[in-house]
Design a protein around this ligand. Structure first.
Ligand SMILES: [Zn+2]
Length: 662
């Protein structure tokens, strides 16, 4: 029957394309051809369900939604590695091992901060994927694993093999996912590992597929069965079979080389596009493993060195509550001041009630505080052993600390809100927000002056800012308000009236409308009146907007008081028309075609393509005269030669990074 033959043809075409694309990084067919082959295969399999086989590449696109995960017993225990925390410990470990082996030969690998996975192949086909669990019994995550494109459904050799590695989420993916969740008003993931683990626990494989997880495979169970002598050989063999293998691994043969590798990686640990939390040392020669031995919990022939965390111990002096302009109440820990990576930290966010109760944080506790670049300091954990027995458990305040109104916790959120629209804290915060640089950018109208103007009765809402000039004489009588200060503030206010409309929309403080959303709304409704009269349905259909934001926008404009205030703003001559800034956004890649070849260090191909597309360019899988740039990674193939022959500009990964930053 021809159908059987055609299905086989399509399967091998797609499998070959996947392997070339994800593993060799050198596709020979175009995305279009790939999509067409996939569509045809899905159609045929739907028509003839009996012809759909376990290794069909269509299995990657969503599987059945489960009720719960099946338990699986590992064929060989998945032990975790013991941890080392200092160079002294490393040296002592190497010395101990050398007593048995008489040599220092290690495969040095990055310790990826993801979750461990075991993959079992029979006759070269993936038949089972499972989590570590307690090491002996894990959970069957086969359906979810199949959606991860770097996990091969079939191998280049028809063998039985069990391999192990790490499922992880790249940093750029993580950021993207959290941005989307922020926009949709969903709770954010704390870090990449947390998100990867949460994703693999999803019972619906389609959700897993969309998250875009990735893998690094680093271990073969019973490697000697495959004639492998060293761990470095095993890594090469894994790559050959079609697995994604991390390219930063090195084989080292002396103490100096080994320590140099570690300090080198430690230095650039934040530069990778995937999270790492240390380095793994694995003794090279398998034939020594049984002599080196294992403990109940860990093997001795491999060990992890964990990088020093950016966390510091301090004490919680008190807990304060901030009121944001939306009325959200944020508990803040007031700390005994402590130096973390160069800056003095005396406050740390406690996020919300649940966060405090989960960690059982109490005033007077000694805690670990973490501060990462561009992240608000955060209380990570409590040192319970050092807790005095007199400390009282935390209980959430019931009334707004600024206006005394009762607080309300929304059913769907962990946050409490002060719902009083006239709450002084909320009003002052909304004025500060309006005048801030990203909004109306009024120089001289910062935190302190905003608070002063409110307390003195000059500014009760945004529109009052523009009436301030009428009180210039009164202002001059106030302490600290010299002529120069008053007039430069009034000048800044006058000048700001010319601002583009998106700044005003952002500045109004409409719930769920941030800087980006404000601009998207203005692109669609380029005047205040158009936005006010826009239909909720229509707004919700704009890409990136959705029903939650649409409802917030309508709620805001349905409030009479807001419309009245906007009328006053109009009378004061504020610009109500939007001038599209799209032209300014032209980038170095606008309208350009880029071809990727070889493997990149800091990005996956997918991520690099996404960046180029976001910057207005497009990517193509083959080099032609129409190609503008070829982005060259390691082990670039024939495309590079072709590009050179055609005289196309070739850019390195470093150049690419510079280009995207410009
Ligand atoms: Zn209040």
């Amino acid at each position: 029957m021809d159908t059987i033959k055609r299905i086989e043809e399509l399967k091998s075409l797609i499998n070959k394309a996947n392997y070339e694309y994800y593993t060799l990084d050198n596709p020979t067919i175009s995305d279009y051809e790939y999509d067409m082959a996939m569509a045809e295969l899905i159609k045929l399999e739907n028509e003839y369900p009996s012809l759909k086989t376990a290794d069909s590449p269509t299995n990657r696109i969503g599987g059945e939604v489960l009720d719960k995960f099946k338990k699986v017993t590992h064929t060989k225990e998945m032990k975790s590695l013991a941890d080392l925390f200092s160079y002294e410990e490393i040296i002592s470990y190497i010395d101990t091992i050398a007593k048995t082996t008489n040599s220092i030969d290690y495969s040095m690998e990055l310790k990826i901060d993801g979750l461990a996975v075991s993959l079992i192949y029979k006759d070269g086909f993936l038949i089972e994927a499972s989590t570590r669990g307690d090491g002996i019994v894990g959970e069957d995550i086969t359906n979810n694993a199949k959606t991860i494109s770097s996990i091969p459904l079939s191998l280049s050799e028809k063998i039985d093999i069990e391999v192990r590695g790490e499922i992880y989420l790249s940093k750029s993916r993580f950021e993207k996912i959290n941005k989307e969740r922020e926009l949709a008003h969903e709770e954010l993931f704390k870090n990449e590992r947390n998100c990867a683990a949460g994703t693999m626990r999803q019972l619906d494989p389609e959700i897993v597929r969309k998250r875009g997880l990735d893998t690094f495979i680093y271990y073969i169970v019973d490697p000697e069965k495959y004639d492998l002598k060293t761990q470095s050989d095993a890594l090469r063999y894994l790559k050959k079979l079609g697995f994604n293998v991390n390219s930063e691994s090195r084989s080292v043969h002396s103490k100096e080389e080994l320590l140099e590798y570690i300090s080198d990686i430690d230095e650039k640990r934040f530069d990778y596009n995937y999270p790492i939390d240390g380095v793994v040392l694995k003794y090279e020669y398998f034939d020594m493993y049984s002599r080196i031995g294992e403990t109940v919990k860990n093997p001795k022939w491999a060990i992890a060195y964990k990088f020093a965390p950016l966390e510091v111990k301090t004490k919680i002096e008190s807990i304060e509550f901030q009121v944001g302009r939306s009325g959200v109440i944020t508990p803040v820990a007031i700390l005994s001041p402590v130096l973390i990576s160069g800056s003095l930290v005396s406050r740390a966010t406690l996020n919300n009630e649940d966060y405090i109760l989960d960690k059982d944080i109490r005033v007077g506790d000694y805690v670990f505080v973490r501060k990462a670049a561009e992240i608000i300091p955060e209380v990570v954990s409590v040192i319970k052993e050092e807790r005095s027995k007199y400390l009282k458990p935390f209980s959430m305040i019931e009334r707004c600390p600024k206006c005394g109104e009762p607080l309300l916790r929304k059913i769907t959120e962990a946050d409490y809100y002060c719902l009083n629209k006239d709450c002084p804290a909320r009003v002052i915060e909304s004025i500060i927000h309006f005048a801030s640089r990203d909004c109306y950018d009024i120089t001289g109208l910062g935190d302190k002056i905003s608070e002063f103007l409110y307390n003195e009765g000059f500014v009760y809402r945004i529109s009052d800012i523009f009436n301030l000039k009428e009180y210039a004489q009164t202002l001059l009588t106030k302490e600290g308000f010299k002529e120069r200060k008053v007039f430069s503030l009034l000048d800044a206010i006058e000048k700001s009236k010319e601002n583009n409309l998106d700044r005003l929309i952002f500045g109004l403080g409409i719930r769920n409308v941030g800087k980006k959303v404000a601009r998207i709304l203005c692109e669609k409704y380029p005047s205040m009146d158009a936005l006010i009269s826009a239909d909720e349905e229509d707004i919700s259909r704009i890409p990136d907007i959705g029903p939650i934001i649409a409802k917030s926008v309508k709620d805001y404009f349905n409030d009479e008081r807001n419309i009245e205030m906007i009328d006053i703003l109009k009378e004061n001559g504020l610009n109500m028309i939007y001038t599209s800034s799209k032209k300014e956004e032209e980038t170095i890649f606008t309208g350009k075609t880029v071809v990727l070849t070889g493997s990149l260090t800091s990005f996956t191909r997918e991520e690099a393509s996404q960046i180029i597309e976001n910057m207005g360019g497009k990517t193509s899988s083959s080099v032609s005269k129409k190609t503008d740039y070829v982005l060259k990674g390691d082990q670039a193939g024939s495309k590079l030669t072709k590009a050179e022959n055609l005289g196309i500009r070739i850019i390195t990964e470093d150049e690419f990074k510079e280009m995207i930053e410009s």
